[in-house]
Design a binder for this molecule. Structure first.
Ligand SMILES: NC(=O)c1ccc[n+]([C@@H]2O[C@H](COP(=O)([O-])OP(=O)(O)OC[C@H]3O[C@@H](n4cnc5c(N)ncnc54)[C@H](OP(=O)(O)O)[C@@H]3O)[C@@H](O)[C@H]2O)c1
Length: 243
């Protein structure tokens, strides 16, 4: 059985751990992002350079790489929309149009484009296909200073539901993951924010101080076993505790 996976944002954090876990389990893995990880290598790993903030050029970057992977006629193909940024932290009223657009491009437009390319290129009904959209509890509960992140994640969760509605639950299914609190550069960036930009910063400092952050490798293993390889309900949101 030939299995392949596409993971966005594989230079660090959860994406790097997911790609590593998938390689270890025998998948062909395509990483998408601005930077590679020295830990991801070998003949089954390919990387396509793409800045997800450059949505005008994204399709052009993804199509050849997706087409090459699909041409191997995999029995199973999975897209994990993992990459995200918290670059646009700050209160509404201070953000500015360019920063707002760039943040929403990375966190929302880019995953929609990746899903659109995936549905079009991995069109073989003989191939079982999945899309895992990595969201956050912030999609449901706003955090003062992180409005753009919450707005994008809420939209990403609707992408999952739209895919489930459109694709009819046949051999292409989609789920949302809210992965809990993970010990990654993103958490470090959040707890390092000044309180004026991120009034909710105390929560992130407490995650770290109280030892609540989970190692990315452990989360990645659960995600692969439960959401990539296990039985899933099409269109559903899965919290870390359910994995
Ligand atoms: N960590 C947590 O506690 C937590 C909690 C809830 C949800 N999540 C979600 O889990 C996912 C992974 O988060 P993480 O904590 O692992 O984040 P992270 O450590 O910040 O890693 C983010 C990844 O996204 C990539 N990325 C960011 N901007 C990009 C751009 N413009 N173009 C291409 N790639 C870009 C980064 O690559 P570069 O090297 O190019 O920057 C990096 O590989 C995200 O969707 C996040 O929202 C995380």
């Amino acid at each position: 059985m030939r299995r392949c996976a596409i993971v966005t944002g594989v230079s660090a954090g959860l994406g790097e751990a997911l790609a590593g876990q998938l390689l270890a389990r025998g998948y062909d893995v395509l990483g998408v992002g601005r930077r590679r990880s020295p830990r991801l290598a070998g003949t089954r790993f390919a990387f396509v350079h793409a800045d997800l903030a450059r949505v005008d050029a994204l399709e052009q970057a993804l199509v050849p790489a997706f087409t090459t992977l699909a041409a191997c006629s995999p029995d199973f193909a999975c897209l994990i929309n993992n990459a995200a940024t918290v670059g646009g932290v700050g209160l509404l009223g201070t953000l500015g149009g360019a920063g707002i657009a760039a943040d929403l491009d990375v966190n929302l437009a880019a995953p929609v484009i990746a899903a659109d390319c995936f549905c079009r290129i991995f069109a073989d009904p003989g191939c079982e296909r999945r899309i895992v959209n990595v969201s956050s509890g912030a999609a449901q509960s706003p955090i003062a200073g992180a409005a753009l992140y919450s707005i994008a994640k809420a939209g990403l969760e609707m992408l999952t539901r739209a895919l489930a509605a459109e694709q009819g639950g046949g051999r292409l299914r989609a789920v949302t993951l809210r992965p809990g609190v993970i010990d990654t550069p993103m958490q470090e960036a959040m707890r390092g924010q000044p309180v004026e930009r991120l009034p909710g910063v105390a929560m992130f400092r407490d995650f770290h101080a109280s030892g609540r952050l989970v190692a990315p490798a452990g989360v990645a293993t659960k995600v692969v076993v439960r959401l990539v390889e296990g039985e899933i309900d099409n269109g559903r949101t899965y919290a870390y505790a359910e994995l």
